[in-house]
Design a protein around this ligand. Structure first.
Ligand SMILES: Nc1ncnc2c1ncn2[C@@H]1O[C@H](COP(=O)(O)OP(=O)(O)OP(=O)(O)O)[C@@H](O)[C@H]1O
Ligand SMILES: [Mg+2]
Length: 240
């Protein structure tokens, strides 16, 4: 196998994003080293989704930059993003995966192999031929993660992947994410579910009004947050 240079750590260097004449993300600085699951926490409008989009490259910073350790060709395939509302193509479950692989430049034979492996890994083999848009919400989210996984990313971003799911589907996604982290995939996700953050996170980035207020190991964050904003947030108080 060809040696692959790691794209990590990802360095977010003084990143700001302006929109609507306002500074929505303000001077973010943090690194994402290889390994672990980082949860991005914060109240509605704190800038969690914007931060993930800036990191993934869907938005360009107004100031600062997002720097990957390797700026090699094909880097884009090595980080993938899963959205809160999965985007399903009007195609079969399997074709949703093979199409993403084709778009990433993966050859035909390998596409079939990888998509079969992804369907099996995420328990979707028996639904391979079904229209993706007819899957349940939980199944669509699983397919979205399977599709991202098939790209073999080193880093996976997920924006509130379980916010629309029932408790059983949520648990299932959590188990899958924990397994991906155990496989060595680095995960960065936002969530509003504090129980989920406690169960999964190794590290917490806490945002408030577009600023990074805390960057802590998860155990320390939940045991004793440093900032008044995070204390209030964990206590269930509104802190917009
Ligand atoms: N493209 C944009 N142009 C202008 N304003 C935007 C844009 N995208 C987001 N915003 C604003 O930026 C702020 C942060 O948005 P963001 O979606 O990152 O919040 P969030 O932390 O993900 O919130 P939620 O928990 O509700 O998902 C919000 O006030 C939002 O209205
Ligand atoms: Mg959001």
């Amino acid at each position: 196998m060809r040696d692959i240079v790691s794209i990590l750590p990802l360095a977010v260097e003084a990143v700001s994003f302006r929109g609507d004449g306002r500074t929505l993300v303000d001077g973010l600085r943090f690194d994402i080293p290889a390994g672990g699951l980082t949860v991005v926490l914060g109240p509605n409008g704190a800038g969690k989704s914007l931060t993930l989009r800036l990191c993934h490259g869907l938005l360009a910073p107004s100031q600062g930059r997002v720097r990957w350790a390797a700026s090699m060709e094909g880097r884009a395939k090595r980080h993938a993003m899963v959205f809160q509302k999965p985007i399903m193509l009007r195609r079969s479950v399997e074709a949703n995966i093979t199409h993403a692989l084709a778009a990433a430049g993966i050859s035909g034979g390998e596409r079939a192999e990888r998509s079969k492996a992804a369907l099996a890994r995420f328990g979707l083999l028996d639904k391979a031929a079904q229209a993706a848009r007819l899957l349940s919400g939980g199944e669509q989210q699983r397919l979205a993660i399977a599709r991202a996984w098939a790209l073999r990313p080193e880093l996976l971003f997920l924006d509130e992947p379980t916010s629309q799911l029932d408790p059983a589907a949520t648990r299932q996604i959590e188990e899958l994410l924990a397994a991906l982290v155990a496989e060595g995939i680095t995960v960065v996700m936002s969530t509003h579910d504090l129980g989920q953050a406690r169960r999964l996170a190794s590290r917490v980035l806490f945002l408030h009004r577009g600023r990074l207020v805390e960057d802590s190991p998860a155990a320390a964050f939940f045991a004793a947050p440093d900032s008044p904003e995070a204390k209030a947030f964990l206590a269930g108080e509104l802190i917009w």
